[in-house]
Design a protein around this ligand. Structure first.
Ligand code: 5AD
Ligand code: SF4
Length: 463
């Protein structure tokens, strides 16, 4: 069958969609980039804000309504299924199946049941993964996501994630290493380690080791995992997301500065600049502790890039408290940030607080922060003009096919003139000549190619 998956939400969801496609490919199904002509249409859903849920429900409604043929199967997977359970079938009439976050490895069984004539099939159990189902990847490109930690044990008062993704479970280090070695053998040069609170890797039991709970001693703390991954030959870059200030220890700072492959970038959600709001959010740090965490990382890594998430309009957030967030953002100096308007989530602790910041005011605060961030982004990037940055080449620029595009170690997009010998997968130094808030422009430094690529269209690499 031809399968098309539409993905909403975070990188964890992107990785889950990839895993579903690869599990289906093992059974001979074919992934399709387009809805047209697909026999199975899957929507991978997100519950983090009401808007994300509305989008997925709207999409599912469209897909079920305009089904071109009765044999076409429509299913929902992921966080929203886990939250809404059976009631998702009331919201989306004609939905054939619903699979929660803990049952992705069952996707083939579910399709078998539908083919056998069952309808409204639902599975929201947390099934044990085997090493094979957890490590399944599609044909590799240049970069890959690798999940190291599932679920979350923090109890941020606004957040639905612990409910939809369950308790924290670290994957065994051996399994992760094996997955990364296999990816690198297939052409991957850059990995992003994923976890809701990735720096907490190795601290939590139970651990699934191919279906068994493994002894606690088996696990490694996050900096040790980084060290082990750096020994994988052929791997150029290691990224990780998302981080929490409590994990920004001296050991982590030392690992980032001491391990060549670990990129100088941390995504460290701040959420608010007011201690009172941070406490109501149950974030587990004060603004001064957050500053110290960033300080520890920057002390050892002068080019450290820090990005963040911010929530505006949390219940009872006053104008003064919002201004504290603005000041904190300016003072800490983020390279970039995502700004979200608070959205009450059913069953969370914050839902009990009155959602009392009017939506126009949330919008105003959102815009004000975005403007500040744009100014700062322009400054940070302008500061890079005249410097050389290392770029991992991803391919022709989307806007101008005659130019190449790639990313710096700090995850900034760089566009530069095409040159002989530089292709996808090349590692090259680029002199930055011009800067926009989101993109740097420049030219390759001659003789700086540390590793050749696979030509402009990928050549030998399976991209
Ligand atoms: N409302 C608004 N934003 C939220 N986030 C998480 N939950 C909510 C919510 N209820 C944001 C946080 C988090 C990011 C992934 O989404 O900023 O870091
Ligand atoms: Fe990702 Fe959270 Fe959305 Fe689930 S609810 S997809 S974990 S952002």
């Amino acid at each position: 069958m031809k399968i098309h998956i539409k993905t909403y939400g975070c990188q964890m969801n992107e990785r889950d969609s990839e895993r579903i496609r690869s599990l289906l490919a093992i059974r001979g199904h074919i992934a399709s980039d387009t809805e047209e002509g697909a026999d199975v249409l899957i929507v991978n859903t997100c519950s983090v804000r009401a808007k994300a849920e509305e989008k997925a429900i709207g999409k599912l409604g469209l897909l079920t309504a305009k089904r071109r043929h009765p044999h076409v199967i429509v299913g929902a997977v992921g966080c929203m299924v886990q939250r809404m359970k059976d009631s998702i079938f009331d919201r989306v009439k004609g939905l054939d199946f619903a699979l929660g976050t803990g049952g992705l490895s069952k996707i083939c069984d579910i399709l078998d049941r539908i083919e056998a004539g069952e309808r409204r099939v639902i599975d929201i159990e947390r099934h044990r993964e085997t090493a094979d189902t957890a490590s399944a990847h599609e044909k590799s490109g240049l970069s890959a996501f690798v999940t190291v930690l599932e679920g979350c044990n923090r109890r941020c008062s606004y957040c639905i994630v612990p409910e939809v993704r369950g308790v924290e479970v670290s994957r065994p280090a051996q399994e992760i290493l094996h997955e990364v070695r296999t990816l690198v053998a297939g052409g991957v040069r850059e990995i992003t380690l994923l976890g809701q609170s990735v720096l907490g890797y190795g601290k939590t039991t139970p651990v699934w080791e191919s279906g068994h709970v493994s002894p606690r001693g088996f696990l490694e703390p996050f900096p040790r995992l980084l060290e082990a991954l750096c020994e994988v030959e052929g791997l150029d870059r290691i990224r990780f997301t998302t981080s929490h200030p409590s994990g920004c220890t001296n050991e982590l700072a030392a690992a980032i500065s001491g391990l060549a492959q670990v990129c100088e970038h941390v995504h460290l959600p701040l959420q608010s600049g007011s201690d009172r709001i941070l406490k109501l959010m149950n974030r587990g740090y004060t603004i001064s502790e957050y500053r110290d965490a960033v300080g520890r990382l920057r002390e050892r890594n002068s080019s450290m890039s820090v990005t963040t998430d911010l929530i505006v309009g949390f219940p009872s957030e006053s104008d003064d408290e919002f201004e504290m967030t603005r000041r904190a953002v300016k003072e800490i100096g983020f390279d970039n940030a995502f700004v979200f308007k608070y959205s009450p989530r059913p069953g969370t602790r914050a839902e009990e607080l009155a959602d009392d910041v009017p939506s126009e005011e949330k919008l105003r605060r959102n815009h004000a922060l975005l403007r500040d961030l744009d100014v700062r982004g322009t400054e940070v990037n302008a500061g890079l003009v005249g410097t050389e940055v290392e770029v991992l080449v991803e391919g022709p620029s989307l806007r101008d096919k005659r130019r190449m595009s790639g990313r710096t170690r700090t995850n900034k997009i760089v566009v530069f003139a095409e040159e002989e010998g530089i292709g996808i997968g090349s590692l090259v130094r680029v002199l930055v000549e011009r800067a926009m808030p989101q993109t740097l422009y420049g030219s390759a430094v001659s003789g700086s190619l540390t590793r050749g690529g696979a030509g402009k269209t990928g050549g030998g690499l399976e991209l």
